[in-house]
Ligand binder design. Structure first.
Ligand code: PSV
Ligand code: MN
Ligand code: MN
Length: 425
């Protein structure tokens, strides 16, 4: 763990500049009748989970270029997330992927989590790879497979994931299904859906009542003709069939170009079926780039919809599970995750600043320009000092990346761990 003194020393260096920016924002928001501390408190409460598989350098099928110091096991992944959380005070949980993160000693892991001020977020199943000595292959599908013995194996694996989750006090199972087909005619589309629905129902029945199943969709990849769960409509219909604690998971990169994601978010919240969110950035497809790096305005519009739904008492949507799901091929993974969380919080902060009364009025009166300008005005407001202040007040760094670099944390990790490569996507 990092000594808090180091964070404070770096904060002192940045304090004067930070105060200058914050004072301007305080005055600006005050003129708009917004209490800055109320916004800061909301930012402090917003926590984004870090997936265990994002702590190592990602890769493409053409290569992987690790920087060194990657976590070699679950314990070191937890330490990395602990470090991120210490720096930004906004990443208080880690998502696990089974079998990559099977805990060898659940009690020891729980103690380590506690020492790092963390909890387990979701447990993610993996039926997109065959594991060593697996009796049947997932080559032609898992929960949707034509053969019941393969489906049963995949169902059993998901149930096992819930068991691991129970040991570590998680309450969420995330299912992202890689099943699909590569060529027309390969798969009977309706039957594949029905088999998947039946398999998910079996898993759901074995989950404790206070657990949530998140069902993630993705339009293509690894299959390029059809995916069994390609879109939010399919996820939604499966949730409806499976049970009330099944929710749709939206991954920002899992949409075809130019999809109106904010509208999907609005629809799902309206139905009370938006359960979770995977943040990343997308240029062409499931690129897993840094959140907010490509289409920041769209990202803001998505957050605007989320905040609108969360603040509307008539919307009966459960609290959402927030997670980053990105991959870092050319950046330091920890720096990229810090950057992503910062982009998420800054965008959330902006969405909190939207004057919803004025917006509702403009919408009601069909004042198109005013409605749009209300959104543009907050989007163009520099809200970074709010996030820095939230972190500072919570005991974190004013500038987490500068502190990470200034304290030479990566080289310390390389000295300790060497150049081994972490498991990940
Ligand atoms: C594959 O596309 C993927 O990125 C999905 O988004 C999942 O959430 C993640 O892998 C982990 O299984
Ligand atoms: Mn995802
Ligand atoms: Mn993905």
């Amino acid at each position: 763990m990092l000594s808090n003194d180091i964070i404070q020393q770096h904060n002192e260096k940045l304090q004067a500049d930070h105060q200058f920016r914050l004072a301007y924002l305080t005055e600006l928001l005050d003129r708009k009748g917004i209490d800055i501390q109320t916004i800061i408190d909301k930012i402090k409460a917003f926590q984004v989970a870090i997936p265990s598989w994002a702590l190592g350098t990602g890769g493409t099928r053409f290569g992987r270029f690790p920087n060194g110091g990657e976590p070699r096991n679950l314990e070191e992944k937890i330490e990395d997330v602990g470090l991120i959380h210490q720096l930004n005070r906004s990443s208080n949980s880690i998502s696990l992927h089974i079998p990559w993160d099977i805990p060898s000693d659940a009690n020891a892991i729980k103690q380590l989590l506690k020492a790092n001020d963390l909890t387990i977020d979701s447990v993610n199943s993996n039926t997109f790879q065959d594991q060593k000595d697996q009796p049947y292959s997932y080559k032609f599908g898992s929960l949707s497979h034509t053969k019941s013995e393969v489906r049963d194996l995949a169902i059993e694996h998901n149930i096992q994931c819930v068991e691991y989750g129970k040991m570590l006090d998680s309450k969420v199972l995330t299912v992202w299904l890689a099943d699909g087909s590569n060529f027309p005619g390969q798969s009977h589309l309706r039957s594949a859906y029905q088999r998947t629905s039946d398999s998910l129902s079996s898993i759901y029945k074995s989950m404790p009542d206070d657990w949530t199943m998140l069902i993630e969709y993705k339009p293509y990849e690894p299959h390029f003709y059809s995916m069994v769960i390609p879109d939010w409509g399919t996820s939604y219909s499966l949730c409806q069939t499976v049970g009330k604690n099944a929710q749709v998971l939206v991954d920002l990169g899992h949409h075809l170009p130019n999809t109106n994601i904010e509208q999907i978010v609005g629809r799902l919240m309206h139905f009370g079926r938006l359960g979770g969110f995977h943040f990343n950035g997308s240029m062409y497809g499931d690129d897993d780039l840094t959140t907010g790096s490509i289409k920041p305005y769209q990202f803001f519009l998505i957050f605007n919809e989320l905040v609108d739904g969360m603040q509307d008492p008539s919307v009966k949507n459960p609290p959402l599970a927030w997670m980053i799901d990105a991959s870092h091929n050319t950046k330091d993974p920890i720096e990229d995750l810090l950057q992503s969380v910062n982009a998420i919080l800054t965008t959330y902060a902006k969405a909190l600043l939207v004057d919803r009364v004025a917006l509702a009025d403009a919408q009601e009166n069909n004042d198109v320009l005013r409605a749009e300008e209300l959104l543009r005005d907050t989007f163009l407001t520099d809200a970074r000092a709010l996030v820095a202040e939230a972190s500072r007040q919570a005991g974190g760094a004013i500038d987490p990346i500068a502190t990470f670099r200034g304290a030479k944390i990566r080289s310390g990790l390389v000295d300790k761990r060497g150049f081994s490569v972490a498991t990940g996507l």
